[in-house]
Design a protein around this ligand. Structure first.
Ligand SMILES: [Zn+2]
Length: 110
């Protein structure tokens, strides 16, 4: 989608941490804390219901893998993985589904 910031970030590869054919993991351009990670479908989807079932599985698998990295590499003791599904549920106006977790909130210390 031409005016979607997430689609633009995926295309630019800016702050891209991982990608495969279905999912991208990248740093949040508007982080609530340093290292805030987004896990997004590579094909634009405004809400979770628009994401194919196999991609939903890949989103959660990548969120879990990113969480494991936070535990093992950053010393996190817990993680929050958020899915704000639609603007009334807290999704930002970027109009794209994303899963996010702010890394610094789950670390022992920075
Ligand atoms: Zn998009």
């Amino acid at each position: 989608m031409a005016d979607c910031i997430i689609c633009k970030l995926i295309e630019s590869k800016k702050d891209l941490l991982f990608e495969d054919d279905k999912v991208a993991v990248l740093l949040n351009p508007e982080p609530s804390a340093p290292g805030h990670i987004l896990v997004v479908p590579k094909k634009h989807a405004p809400i979770l219901e628009a994401v194919p079932d196999d991609v939903v599985g890949e989103l959660f698998w990548n969120a879990n893998r990113s969480s494991v990295c936070a535990f093992e590499a950053l010393g996190a003791q817990g993680t929050n993985i958020l899915v704000q599904n639609g603007i009334p549920a807290g999704q930002k106006s970027i109009m794209s589904l994303y899963m996010s977790f702010p890394v610094s909130r789950m670390m022992k210390s920075l």
